[in-house]
Each structure stands twice: as C-alpha cells, then as structure tokens.
Write a protein that binds this ligand. Sequence first.
Ligand code: HEC
Length: 236
Amino acid sequence: MMRHRFLAPLLAAGLLACGAARAENTLTPLHFQSDGWRGSIDKAAAQRGFAVYQSVCASCHGMSGLHYRDLEGIGLTPEQVAGIAASIKLADGSAATPDSLFKPPGAVNMGGAVPPDLGAIVAQRPGGTRYVYEFLTGFGPAPDGMTLLPGHFYNRAFPGGQVSMPNVLRDNAVTYADGTKASAAQEAADVAEFLTWSSDPDLAERHIIGLRTVIFFALLAMVALAAKRRIWREEG
Ligand code: HEC
C-alpha cells in the first residue's frame, strides 16, 4: 500500500524532470521535438528559428506560400504577428500586414547558384531537419588536397563538399527574446525546427489523427473478438 502511494508522485516528478531537461537542452545530444512518429513542433524553438530566418536568411531565401499570420501556428499572438509584419517593408515601400505573403528576397545569384526557397526544404532533402542542421553547422576549412571552385565554400554535409552559400551563422547573430543563449549551433537547430514546421505545419495534428486511428482499430478488433467469442459460444 505504502509503496503505491509514493509511486505515482515519484513517477510524475520523474516524467516532469525528463520533460524539462529535454526542453532545455536540445543540442547535447542533438534532439528535435519534431523527430519520430510522435513528433510535434517545439514552438519555442520554432519562434527562435523564425527570428534567425528573418534576420539572417531572408535576404537570400524566400519562403513562398507563407503569410505572416501563419506564424500564429508556432504560438505567436496576433499582436506579435502584427508587430513583425509592420516592421517589414515590402518592395513597393509599404509595410507588410499579417495577410501579406512572406517578403521574397531580391534576385540573388551567387556565381550561378540561386538560393532555393526554404518553405519546404526539410521535406525536399534526405535527412530533413537533421540535414539542415548539419548543413548549417557543416562549414569549415577544406580538407587537404581539396580544391574549391571559385566562389565556393567547404561544407562537409553538402553533397560534393562545396557550396556557393557562405557560412552565415555565428554566435550571437541574433538576440533571442526568450533569453536562450544564441550559439551558432543553437541558431542552426532552431532555424531547422522552424523550417520543419513550414514544411509540415500540420505535423502534430496528423500524428494525433494517426494515434486516434490506431486506438480506433484496436477497439474495433476487441469488439470483433468479443463478438466472435459470443457467436461461437452460442453455436456450441
Ligand atoms: C548570402 C545569401 C545567403 C544567405 C544569407 C543564406 N543562404 Fe542558404 N543558400 C544560398 C545559396 C546561393 C544557396 C545555393 C547553394 C548551392 O546550390 O551551391 C543556398 C542553399 C541553401 C540550402 C540548400 C542546401 C542544399 O542541400 O541544396 C539551405 C538548406 C539553406 N541555404 C539554408 C539557409 C539558411 C537556414 C540560412 C539562414 C540561416 C541561409 N541559408 C542563408 C545563399 C544564402
């Protein structure tokens, strides 16, 4: 008896502790809340990731199909979204509104390479979220014996090892509103989570539907089994 009374609160405390640890440290080991079959978007990370996108990536990369109001999907309030939109100047000189599409970048062409649209990049690259993280943190000096093409940078994650995008992340490239330390790796992980959301805004919802479907069929199987037993009993 005694043991049971203590077990439940202990278990709850244990679960809470695990949850908190996971939410705080997503880098060691690298972990994305959006990973796996139960995955859902880490909204705090996605909000930080939007800040990274907006201040570091948006000058080169567009995210077509997204409206500023869609950012309510990562937990921003309508007031926050209105504030963000108002701070963005569109090509015609007017300020964006929550109903505006994300501002497209000007025509960027880096030695023939055009920055791809990032809206669905996580779905378009093998490795998805993790690949985007590895790519953004994959810059460094080229290994001995490797000759870089003009205007190219070494990147260990990029197929072929050289890419025409420079390393754009560095520590404190942004200041996070939630006080998280903006290391370059943290920025990479956060923008990867944000781009995971934009690739698949209904991720969590779809997983819930999936889970409900599994439960539904399990119940159906039980009912069918019970019915079968009953019929056999009646016959026998
Ligand atoms: C100065 C312009 C510039 C900035 C800023 C920039 N990129 Fe890029 N990016 C490029 C170019 C150019 C390419 C295409 C590279 C190529 O194909 O060689 C690219 C490619 C990519 C790719 C695709 C890699 C692949 O596998 O094909 C991803 C993902 C990406 N960028 C993410 C980002 C993110 C996230 C940011 C902000 C943190 C960012 N970029 C900032 C210019 C930029």
